[in-house]
Design a protein around this ligand. Structure first.
Ligand SMILES: C[S@@+](CC[C@H](N)C(=O)[O-])C[C@H]1O[C@@H](n2cnc3c(N)ncnc32)[C@H](O)[C@@H]1O
Length: 237
C-alpha cells in the first residue's frame, strides 16, 4: 500500500478499526489470540526497549507493557495520524508512562534511534509498499542479538478450508471497508513479496523460524539478529 493510501485509508478506518478488528479478527476468525503468541516469541523482554512497528491503535500495548515492566520502554511507529491518535487515547486511558509514539514510514524509519532489544510487527509488513526496505531498516535498528517477531498474511487466500472458497466474498468485504487496496489482496503478489522479504530476513538474522495459521494463509516469523549475544532459537523447528 502506497504511503498516500496509508494516510487516506487508515485515517478513515481509525474510527472503526478497533470494533471491526474485534468482530472479524477476534470473534469470526479467532485470530486476536495470536497477538500474545507473537509477543511471547520475543522471549523475556523485561526492561527491554521494544519497537512496535505499525502499532496502529495500540492493540499490542497492554501485552507489551505487561512484559517489559516499568523499566522497559515501547516505541510505537505508524504512518497514519488517525491510528496514532487512537493509540494516544489508549495510552492516556491506561496511564501508561513508558510508551512513545512516532509518526513514521516503516520503509524508512527516519529519525528513529535504536538500538531496539526487540521488534514486533503485527499485520503491517505485508502491506508496506517496500517490504525489503522495511526489513533492512528495522534490522539495522535492532541491537545484535535482538529479537524480531512478525504476525502477518503470507497469502491472502488460504490453501484449504472454508475460507478458501469464501475468499471472493471475503476479499470483496475487505475492499468495501476501504482499508485494503486490491494490490494488498492479490495472493500471488503477496507470496512473491514475502518470498523476497524472508530472503532478506535470513541474510540479516542468525535464524528465522516460520509457522502458519488460517489454513496456510497466515504467517508467523521470528528470529534473532546476528551478533555476539545470539542465542539458540526460542521456537522449536
Ligand atoms: C492492519 S493495521 C495493524 C495495526 C496494529 N499493528 C494491529 O495489530 O492492530 C496496519 C497498520 O500499518 C500501518 N502502516 C501501513 N503501511 C505503513 C508504512 N509504510 N509505515 C508505517 N505504518 C504503516 C497502518 O497505518 C496501520 O495502522
Amino acid at each position: 500500500m502506497q504511503l498516500a493510501d496509508v494516510s487516506r485509508n487508515y485515517d478513515f478506518a481509525s474510527r472503526y478499526y478497533d470494533s471491526l478488528t474485534e468482530i472479524v479478527f477476534g470473534w469470526i476468525l479467532g485470530l486476536e489470540k495470536l497477538r500474545s503468541r507473537t509477543v511471547d516469541l520475543l522471549g523475556d523482554i523485561e526492561g527491554a526497549t521494544v519497537l512496535d512497528l505499525g502499532c496502529g491503535t495500540g492493540r499490542n500495548f497492554s501485552l507489551l507493557t505487561a512484559k517489559v515492566g516499568k523499566h522497559g520502554k515501547i516505541v510505537g511507529v505508524d504512518y497514519s495520524a488517525g491510528m496514532l491518535e487512537k493509540a494516544a487515547q489508549r495510552i492516556r486511558k491506561n496511564n501508561w508512562q513508558n510508551i512513545e509514539l512516532i509518526r513514521g514510514d516503516a520503509a524508512q524509519l527516519e529519525g528513529i534511534s535504536g538500538p531496539f532489544d526487540a521488534v514486533v510487527a503485527i499485520w503491517v509488513l505485508g502491506i508496506v509498499y517496500d517490504l525489503e526496505a522495511a526489513i533492512v531498516r528495522v534490522t539495522e535498528l535492532m541491537r545484535p542479538g535482538g529479537i524480531i517477531s512478525i504476525l502477518d498474511f503470507g497469502k491472502s487466500r488460504p490453501d484449504r478450508g472454508l475460507l478458501r472458497w469464501l475468499f471472493p466474498l471475503y476479499s470483496m468485504a475487505l475492499k468495501c471497508t476501504g482499508i485494503d487496496s486490491a494490490e494488498d489482496l492479490d495472493s500471488a503478489k503477496l507470496e512473491v513479496k514475502w518470498a523476497r522479504g524472508k530472503e532478506v530476513l535470513r541474510k540479516r538474522l542468525a535464524y528465522l523460524e516460520e509457522d502458519h495459521y488460517l489454513d496456510g494463509a497466515g504467517l508467523i516469523l521470528s528470529g534473532q539478529k546476528l551478533g555476539q549475544t545470539t542465542e539458540e532459537p526460542a521456537m522449536p523447528t
